[in-house]
Design a binder for this molecule. Structure first.
Ligand code: A3P
Length: 289
């Protein structure tokens, strides 16, 4: 009788939880473990960091932390220690590389040294985008955040201009001064540890940029043209792997505000010199006006 009851219970349990066995077996993969990241996408905010993370995650030898961890830039997280940081990482099988992305790292003064102390061999990815376009994207992000929180909106012109001059204290403008932030990273890490991804090129045609990333990380070449398809409605490339096709979230690839041509000109002129300094620092150029 007892055997019949146990058999019935097992039958109902299994019938009601068809996915349980797969979840259990994956969680119990004895070779998988959470580890410190081998790769960190350090920024830049609105450079295309999510696209880069998702595209890298197409590779079977890479596993990605899905949310931004903010370990090195938020003291409240940093003080929790390395064990807490590891607990935020995904399970990785031996041979797989773990990647996390927190775009705020790039502009946060304490972060380079903290990462070096954790592991001086960490491989760093920085995705940059034409600075004026990045600034507009940054403003648009804040605009939408404020909208969601029912906060009063601020006009871009008001934030950007003071007495007819560009406001250098505007955070979105400062974040586009890549040379200032890059200098701090190069004080701590050799140039060879930081791979630069061209965010504008990644938007236009992701594959060549991703091949360069694979090469930098010494990954077996795997990402290929079939991993990408252009979605006319979204106006961006979307991703395809064996399991599914997907585009990035609607918050990626938003319309930017229109801006008066004279302010736009001022911005392009303003960024010209800092861009040259950045090119000098990193030993390469980008196709920015
Ligand atoms: P916009 O929304 O201003 O166009 P981040 O992930 O660092 O916040 O960067 C967001 C930016 O990634 C977007 O800025 C978008 O231009 C860019 N991006 C790059 N490749 C993309 C893709 N395949 N789909 C959507 N957005 C992409």
């Amino acid at each position: 009788m007892a055997a019949v009851i146990v058999a019935l219970l097992l039958f109902f349990f299994c019938a009601r939880s068809p996915s349980l066995s797969t979840v259990v077996s994956r969680d119990h993969d004895p070779t998988a473990a959470r580890r410190l990241p081998d790769i960190i996408i350090i920024g830049v905010r609105k450079g295309g960091t999510r696209a880069l993370l998702e595209m890298l995650n197409l590779h079977s030898d890479v596993v990605a932390a899905q949310s931004e961890v903010h370990f090195f830039d938020w003291d409240s997280h940093y003080l929790r220690g390395v064990d807490w940081y590891v607990s935020q990482m995904p399970l990785a099988r031996p041979g797989q590389l773990t990647v996390e992305k927190t775009p705020a790292y790039f502009t946060s003064a304490r972060v380079p040294e903290r990462i070096r102390r954790m592991n001086p061999d960490t491989r760093l990815l920085l995705i940059v985008r034409e600075p004026t376009e990045r600034l507009l994207s940054d403003y648009t992000q804040v605009f939408h955040n404020r909208l969601e929180k029912h906060k009063q909106q601020q006009m871009l012109e008001t934030l950007l201009m003071h007495d007819g001059e560009l406001n250098l204290d505007y955070k979105a403008l400062n974040r586009s001064l890549y040379h200032l932030h890059m200098r701090r990273w190069l004080d701590v890490f050799p140039r060879s540890h930081i791979h630069l991804v061209d965010g504008d090129a990644l938007i236009r045609n992701p594959l060549p940029e991703m091949k360069k990333v694979e090469e930098f990380l010494h990954l077996e070449p795997q990402i290929n043209a079939s991993n990408f398809y252009f979605n006319q409605t979204k106006g961006f490339f979307c991703l395809r792997d064996r399991r599914r096709e997907r585009c990035l979230h609607g918050s990626k690839g938003r319309q930017h505000p229109r801006i008066a041509p004279e302010i736009l000109r001022k911005l392009y002129d303003f960024f010209h010199e800092p861009n040259q300094e950045f090119f000098q620092l990193v030993g390469r150029t980008f196709d920015w006006n």
